[in-house]
Write a protein that binds this ligand. Structure first.
Ligand code: DQA
Length: 141
């Protein structure tokens, strides 16, 4: 099983951005963490990170016929992007939305997720572990 792991804007700034919310580990640490879990569970993973909405949509479209599932942290686009939600619906691959922080216990605008409806599951507030849980969910599915 091949899973495309997509991370949206500012996720490349992990370790620097608001460490009190997102912790001190970096995006490279996140990639290492997910890669180790993927090896342990026998899942093949591919990574994509972009700060651009269009590039994320292109990555989702490229998963069509090239990947079996998607794990996506759309970051701030979660709360704004109907286009990313539409792209997820277009490729119709099983997808899990992940957030490091608990989006439901933060500002009111973070409680709205346009992308959640296009995903089978949302995991929020579990830090890096959320990505491992997403892979487990997809491989058990
Ligand atoms: C985030 C939560 C979003 O609200 C925020 O805009 C992010 C990161 C998270 O992983 O907790 O950039 O998706």
């Amino acid at each position: 099983m091949k899973v495309l792991i997509i991370n949206g804007p500012n996720m490349n700034m992990l370790g620097v951005r608001e460490p009190e919310i997102y912790g001190s580990l970096t995006y490279a640490d996140l990639v290492d963490f997910i890669s180790e879990h993927a090896v342990a569970t026998g899942v093949q993973v591919e990574f994509f990170q972009s700060n651009s909405e269009g590039a994320i949509i292109d990555a989702i479209q490229s998963a069509y016929k090239n990947a079996d599932a998607i794990v996506i942290n759309p970051a701030a686009y979660t709360h704004t992007s109907i286009a990313i939600a539409d792209a997820l619906r277009a490729v119709a691959l099983p997808a899990v939305e992940v957030h490091l922080s608990d989006i439901n216990s933060r500002e009111a605008f973070r409680k709205i997720s346009y992308t959640a409806d296009a995903c089978e599951k949302v995991i929020s507030g579990e830090g890096f572990q959320g990505y491992a849980e997403a892979l487990d969910f997809l491989s058990a599915r």
